[in-house]
Ligand binder design. Structure first.
Ligand code: FE
Length: 335
C-alpha cells in the first residue's frame, strides 16, 4: 500500500511538472488581456501565467534571466520594443502557417520573430468648436506656423511618437523630418507632458487646438464610465491624416516567443489563438483596437470613424530606425 501511494505521488508530481503552461511577460495591462487568456485556458486546458510590467523592465528582466527565464512569450504594445527584444537576441523565430496566414506580412517580423496582434492608428484630434476638418491635412502640416502655440503632444520619450517619427524618416528623409520636428516644437502650446488621454483633455479645455493621439485612447474615453472623460472626448473630433498620400501611421500590439522558452509549442499555439477570429473580435470590441485581420469587424465607435488608408510600411522598419528617431527628436528640442 505504502509503495502504491508513493508511486501515485511520484506520478502526480511528474504530471504536474509537465502540465501544459505558458508564461507571459506582458507590457499590456492585465485588464486588457487577461479575460482573453482565461478563455483560452478554458478551451485548451493550458494554464497561462501573466506577469505584467513596463516593457523596458520586462526586456531587462529577460536579459538578466537569460536561459533561465521562465517567460515563454513577450507581449508589448508597440513594435519598437519587439524589435529591441529581437536585437537583444531574446526572441525565437516561429514557423506557423496559421500565423503567416492570419497576420499580413507588414505586421510581422520579416523572419517571424514577432507578430502583431492588434493595430492602433496615431491620429490628429481637434477642437470641434474652433477647428474644422478642412483646416487639416497631414502630420507634416502640424508644423505650419498657422498652428503656433496650438498643438499638444506627449514627450519624445514616448515610443508612439518615436515610431511615428521613424515612419516619417522612411518616407521623407532626415532633413525634412528634422525641419518638421523643429516646426512642431515651435507650435507646441505647452511643454510635452502626460499621456495621450491628457492631450485630449487639453484640447477639450482649450489649452490647445490639436493633438496627436492613438485611436483607442479616444474610443476609451468616449465609452468611459467617468462622465468627465466622455465630456472631454465629445469636445474633440478625429482626423485621419495623410489620406491623400501614404496613409495614417499605424502601430501595433504584438508578441514574440522567447528564445529561452521551455514551452515553445504551447506559446506558438497561444499566439495562433490570439490571431484567430474569436480573439481578434474580443480585442476589437474591448480594447477599441483594430484587428490585424480584415475579416473581423471593429467596435461601434471605431465604425463611426469610418474607413481609412493606413501606411503600408513594413513595421520592422520602425524598430530599425528608432535610435535615429530619438536622436532627431532630441536635436529638434522635442522634450
Ligand atoms: Fe497605449
Amino acid at each position: 500500500m505504502r509503495i502504491c501511494l508513493l508511486l501515485l505521488f511520484t506520478l502526480l508530481g511528474a504530471e504536474a511538472s509537465f502540465a501544459a503552461e505558458v508564461n507571459i511577460y506582458s507590457a499590456r495591462k492585465e485588464a486588457l488581456i487577461k479575460p482573453l487568456l482565461d478563455k483560452y485556458t478554458e478551451q485548451s486546458g493550458v494554464e497561462v501565467n501573466l506577469i505584467t510590467g513596463k516593457a523596458d523592465a520586462l526586456i531587462k528582466r529577460l536579459e538578466l534571466e537569460g536561459v533561465n527565464s521562465p517567460a515563454d512569450l513577450l507581449l508589448t504594445t508597440d513594435v519598437g520594443r519587439l524589435h529591441r527584444a529581437r536585437q537583444l537576441n531574446l526572441l525565437a523565430a516561429v514557423d506557423s502557417a496559421e500565423l503567416t496566414k492570419n497576420i499580413p506580412s507588414i505586421y510581422r517580423d520579416p523572419e517571424n520573430y514577432w507578430f502583431a496582434l492588434s493595430l492602433r492608428s496615431r491620429v490628429i484630434v481637434y477642437a470641434k468648436e474652433t477647428v474644422s476638418a478642412e483646416d487639416l491635412s497631414t502630420y507634416e502640416a502640424l508644423a505650419d506656423p498657422v498652428w503656433k502655440k496650438k498643438v499638444c503632444v506627449r514627450s519624445s520619450s514616448n515610443i508612439y511618437n518615436q515610431s511615428l517619427v521613424s515612419a516619417m524618416l522612411v518616407h521623407l528623409g532626415e532633413a525634412k523630418v528634422e525641419g518638421w520636428a523643429r516646426g512642431l516644437v515651435a507650435n507646441l502650446a505647452r511643454s510635452p507632458k502626460g499621456g495621450d488621454r491628457d492631450q485630449i483633455k487639453a484640447v477639450a479645455i482649450g489649452q490647445c487646438k490639436l493633438a496627436l493621439v492613438n485611436t483607442y485612447y479616444l474610443a476609451g474615453m468616449l465609452s468611459s464610465k467617468i462622465e468627465a472623460e466622455v465630456n472631454a472626448a465629445n469636445k474633440v473630433a478625429l482626423f485621419w491624416p495623410n489620406q491623400n498620400g501614404r496613409g495614417v501611421h499605424v502601430n501595433i500590439s504584438g508578441a514574440g516567443v522567447t528564445r529561452s522558452s521551455m514551452h515553445k509549442e504551447e506559446a506558438r499555439k497561444l499566439l495562433e489563438y490570439l490571431s484567430g477570429a474569436e480573439a481578434q473580435l474580443w480585442y476589437a470590441e474591448n480594447n477599441h483596437e483594430y484587428p490585424v485581420r480584415s475579416d473581423v469587424p471593429v467596435s461601434e465607435i471605431l465604425r463611426s470613424w469610418g474607413d481609412f488608408k493606413a501606411d503600408d510600411l513594413a513595421l520592422s522598419r520602425l524598430g530599425e530606425l528608432n535610435a535615429s528617431a530619438v536622436r532627431l527628436m532630441d536635436r529638434a528640442g522635442w522634450k
